[in-house]
Design a protein around this ligand. Sequence first.
Ligand SMILES: [Mg+2]
Length: 347
Amino acid sequence: MTKHGVVLGPEDAVVAAAARHFSFPPPRTGGDSCRKLAAQVDLGAAVMGSWLDSMKASSPRHRLMAPLAGAADAEHDDWMERHPSALERFEALAAAAKGKQVAVFLDYDGTLSPIVEDPDRAVMTDEMREAVRGVAARFPTAIVSGRCRDKVFGFVGLEELYYAGSHGMDIRGPTADPNNHGKPAAEFLPVIEEAYAALVGSVEASIPGAKVENNKFCLSVHFRCVEEAAWGALFERVRAVLRDYPGLRLTQGRKVLEVRPMIKWDKGKALEFLLDALGYAERSDVFPVYVGDDRTDEDAFKVLRSRGQGAGILVSRFPKETAASFSLRDPAEVRDFLRRLVDANAT
Ligand SMILES: [Mg+2]
């Protein structure tokens, strides 16, 4: 298949590319990691405290409560110096990309759609969909999300994109064949199903507002509707369930705890996988643009930094530690940025 002036394989090329650079499925990490998890789980109060701190730190509600406006302004200005707006610096970005093959990688929640109380209602606007459609008509474009690939496809609804769901563990190219895609973590499916049922029974049943989502290759425990006083109890319940599943590990995103197979696979690996599948892995004249708002997107930003290519763009209203080079404030600015990308390549 030829698209955007490069020869792209169908999904079987995606899988073949994965086989060259990653063992497929990727190797399970061994007993050491399982022991590490056990150690982590058993550290008790100290670990619990640090997880709670982390859960609170990633909550926009806490940032909104930050006092000392003057100090916050200075911190924000300093951060913006180091991570300037991709809109304000658009001309410089376009100049850096000139003559190169641009490829666009987009997180979904908090990037293309606002973070909402009910994760099932995280729909994107028609204006955003049109902007993404415009970008995909000009550049290879992928959605890279922690969510189940089918769910993200349901939200976005554009056949012409690549979709990397479950943090990139479930990848599908822009064709209509739903069965032909990469499944780096397929061997974990039965375990994830079992852990999902256990988490629903333990966490959803006892913590008001908690919602466990089965993303097929990973599980999300959403606590955006849980009273902060119950976050500790929620974490304890999740941790207790995971003691029975040493092959699974716990990570944290924005108002969500995520349970994933203990394999080395993240959004950075997904980005490398997709670049390789597009035939760009060894090319120096490629300009990947990755836009994301979450801690899990940092792995992709780091890949771009280490490749010395393209631009990582963090979506955030608040200063935070990031490997991204640029920033955008919210999904509305992401939409405007995508429109400018389209306009700059209108001819
Ligand atoms: Mg996100």
